[in-house]
Design a protein around this ligand. Structure first.
Ligand code: SAM
Length: 207
């Protein structure tokens, strides 16, 4: 099944099922971005809009892009604010938004489904203003080596989605090759599990 169709099915339970990765991403997003100022935000793989309402506390305008219509429908039901536009778009293609639009791009838990990171950083550079920030929060590659991947429950058992492993150096090198420099990086652990593998890695890059 395609990733798009899998998320169309997952959409109904995405916000309600137990999901430590989803919940830790919300914490990493808020704790990382709280200290930055931003107005125009491009949210990549916005999904059900889990992070959109928090981003709206600071932003003047948000464009959320995602290729799953059902995830977008959930987002539209959750976030009704004229400062937000949700658009159906495949991030592996050219992004149909204005160049130099964003002073912040965010991307949470989406790049594990995208093989070519270079394309993402190339498009991000075009959409960011000078000094704009690109925040990424993803399943940590260590966690992926241990077998973790995006998955949801169905009547016929657990459905695992197709994923790609991106090494930490791949993020940093591809960002650098596209004019983005690393500002901060952090590893995020499950509560009470500081000795275990980090669940998430987050980066902030600057144009
Ligand atoms: C795990 S969800 C994360 C949603 C949201 N960012 C969050 O943190 O809750 C991944 C999202 O990425 C979207 N996605 C995956 N590959 C995509 C692509 N190539 N283009 C657009 N959206 C994509 C999926 O439809 C899904 O909504």
């Amino acid at each position: 099944m395609s990733i798009e169709n899998a998320y169309n099915i997952w959409a109904n339970q995405y916000d309600t099922n137990e999901n430590r990765t989803r919940d830790l991403d919300k914490k990493s997003t808020i704790e990382t971005l709280d200290k930055y100022e931003f107005e125009n935000v491009l949210e990549l793989g916005c999904g059900t809009g889990k992070n959109t309402n928090w981003l709206l506390k600071k932003a003047n305008q948000i464009i959320g892009l995602d290729f799953s219509q059902e995830m977008l429908n959930k987002a539209k039901a959750k976030v009704s604010d004229k400062r937000v536009i949700f658009k159906k778009a495949d991030l592996t293609e050219i992004w149909e938004t204005e160049n130099n639009f964003a002073d912040l791009i965010t991307c949470s838990l989406t790049l594990e489904h995208i093989k070519n990171l270079n394309h993402i950083f190339n498009q991000a550079n075009l959409k960011l203003r000078k000094n704009g920030l690109f925040f990424i929060s993803e399943l940590h590659p260590f966690k992926q080596y241990s077998g973790s991947k995006a998955k949801y429950e169905t009547e016929n058992g657990t459905k695992e989605l197709e994923v790609y492993i991106h090494h930490i150096s791949e993020y940093i090198d591809d960002a650098k090759n596209n004019g983005l420099e690393l500002v901060e990086m952090k590893e995020w652990f499950d509560e009470n599990a500081k000795i275990g593998l980090p669940r998430l890695v987050s980066f902030v890059f600057k144009k």
